[in-house]
Design a protein around this ligand. Sequence first.
Ligand SMILES: [Fe+2]
Ligand SMILES: [Fe+2]
Length: 150
Amino acid sequence: MEMKIPPSLKHEHGEMRASLEITAKGPGKSGEAAREVARLLLPHFKKEEEYALPPLDALAVMAGGGLPEEPKAIIDKADRLRHELVDMLREHQAIAKALETLYDAATSDARPELARFARRLLLHAQMEEQIYYPAALVIGEYLKLKTGRG
Ligand SMILES: [Fe+2]
Ligand SMILES: [Fe+2]
């Protein structure tokens, strides 16, 4: 079943993809660095949209005391995130390194807007590690308790 991800997060990923697509076509060291970020980031985003972020769409319903329509599908995605978590965090490390290179290249190419973009992407990954991924995992565990699916 195709599950939604929260529209705000979908939009955020979309914005980042679009900005990255433009910068990856750019010249010089920053263009090269952006292409490396894109190479690492695009498949990572795809995985997040597949299983890491969809559980978060249930959060508002659950906070209101309700249960989402397809708890089993959400539990499966959260379990998949738990299973892949080490790899996902490793990918964040590789992405963070590529973003540092992009930041330095953008700074030496005198492109402050691109340097800011690199920092925003880094912050995005940190938010996932600190809030989004843990929240998705907690949602899975909570739904197991609520539905009796151990
Ligand atoms: Fe992401
Ligand atoms: Fe990520």
